[in-house]
Ligand binder design. Structure first.
Ligand SMILES: [Zn+2]
Length: 416
């Protein structure tokens, strides 16, 4: 027994000693989460960044990884993913929710988690399992225990919808189908929010509008008072509420109700964006979602004229930028394939956002909005979530697809 404990102690000592080795990363340039810097060096020790400053003053290190022609960036933060879903051109959302087994959905999520990490996304805010219960909480725990590779996860669990609003729905209106999220309303919302928090969610995701109006038009769901109640109950434990909202009224109610981010926001106008700015509510525009969906519907991108819906989305995004609303990077990864998350960055640039601002959004801005104080920047003391890409993404945003190196928590997952 004594020998055993000595061996265990010795192993721990050797491991921690090994972890303490200083690794020097030498790229061509460093984007630190705020600006692009030349002649910089970064040293990682254990889980953290020890040094990120001009190369001239750098302290000694134990080993060096040279990265010629590459840009070092903080690990990217995907603001809107659904690891438990896969692209709708493979299987319609209804069929994924109704016909796929929980086991299949979890297996897919495991694959998606790996693909997302290897694409340089070391953190995801996963906004609803869509009837895979709290398996996102278990997936997060499994990743944290090192059972499988994957990003850090900020999870929403089942998400909350107003009774009667959400799908799947059937032409046979007598059928009580299972739903993609948990139905609740009125005074029950207090219990629903508390119950979800008890199951380990990091935030509460609500659907502030949905296609449940007459003729399937999108209309608001919860009342402002209902949203205020959820925000107060969740806020007691320090958890934020975030809202899916595309209509003006859905957005207005969510903002007045006190949510932290609006997901999609397609119909946002100047009045709504000014309201968001005044209340410090951020917009997660999910540009790639609409673009991809219209291509699944048969549009040939670059050949066919842009459908009205896409033109309006462009306009509203420009308006959001002009108004100065905080933009959270998030592509609604699932509508397209996980691992292809950089597509949203290309679209943000295409729709008028400066490349440097896009990089800030996917790193330091998302970290701030998601309350991840030790992520999103390459800075001494921050966690060592670091990636590299070939080329300079400020010159060509498509460089974000050429990921060569992925480190999370000081552990290297990819090194080409
Ligand atoms: Zn979504």
């Amino acid at each position: 027994m004594k020998l055993f404990s000595t061996i265990v102690l010795l192993t721990i000592f050797i491991n921690s000693n090994a972890q303490q080795k200083r690794i020097l990363l030498k790229p061509d340039r460093v984007f630190d989460g705020v600006e692009m810097l030349n002649d910089w060096s970064v040293i990682v020790q254990g889980k953290s960044i020890l040094y990120a400053e001009p190369s001239a003053n750098k302290p000694a290190s134990d080993s060096t990884i040279n990265m010629p022609g590459q840009t070092l960036l903080p690990g990217l933060i995907e603001g809107h993913s659904h690891l438990f879903l896969h692209p709708y051109n493979e299987t319609q959302w209804n069929d994924q929710v109704l016909k796929e087994s929980r086991a299949e959905r979890l297996v897919r999520a495991v694959n998606h988690a790996k693909a997302t990490l290897m694409a340089g996304f070391t953190t995801v805010r996963d906004l609803g399992t869509e009837d895979a219960g709290y398996d996102d909480v278990g997936l997060k725990q499994s990743i944290n225990k090192g059972l499988i590779p994957g990003p850090r996860m900020i999870v929403a669990g089942r998400a909350i919808v107003a009774t009667g609003s959400y799908g799947p729905k059937s032409d046979n209106t007598e059928l009580n189908l299972i739903k993609g999220a948990e139905e609740s309303d009125g005074a029950n919302l207090t219990t629903t929010v508390r119950n979800q928090m008890g199951h380990g969610v990091d935030l509460i995701k609500i659907y502030a509008d949905y296609r449940w109006g007459v003729n399937n038009t999108s209309v608001a769901t919860f009342t402002i008072d209902e949203i205020k109640n959820m925000v107060e109950v969740a806020g007691t434990t320090g958890r934020p509420v975030v809202a899916h909202a595309g209509t003006k009224e859905g957005m207005r109610r969510a903002v007045e109700g006190g949510v932290e981010t609006i997901e999609h926001g397609d119909d946002g106008d100047e009045k709504i964006f000014k309201l968001m700015k005044s209340k410090s509510v951020a917009l997660c525009p999910t540009l790639a979602a609409g673009d991809t969906t219209s291509q699944y519907a048969g549009r040939k991108k670059g050949v066919d004229p842009e459908p009205n819906r896409i033109r309006l989305k462009r306009k509203s995004f420009e308006l959001a930028l002009k108004t100065g609303v905080t933009i959270v990077f998030g592509g609604d990864a699932v509508v397209f394939a996980d691992g292809d998350n950089a597509r949203e960055m290309e679209m943000m640039v295409d729709y008028g956002m400066k490349p440097l601002a896009v990089l800030q959004s996917a790193t330091s801005v998302n970290a701030r909005v998601f309350h991840s104080d030790d992520l999103g920047q390459i800075k001494a003391g921050y966690l060592a979530d670091i990636i590299s890409v070939t080329g300079d993404p400020v010159a060509t945003i498509a460089a974000m697809r050429k990921v060569n190196f992925v480190m999370k928590n000081g552990v290297i997952y990819l090194s080409k």
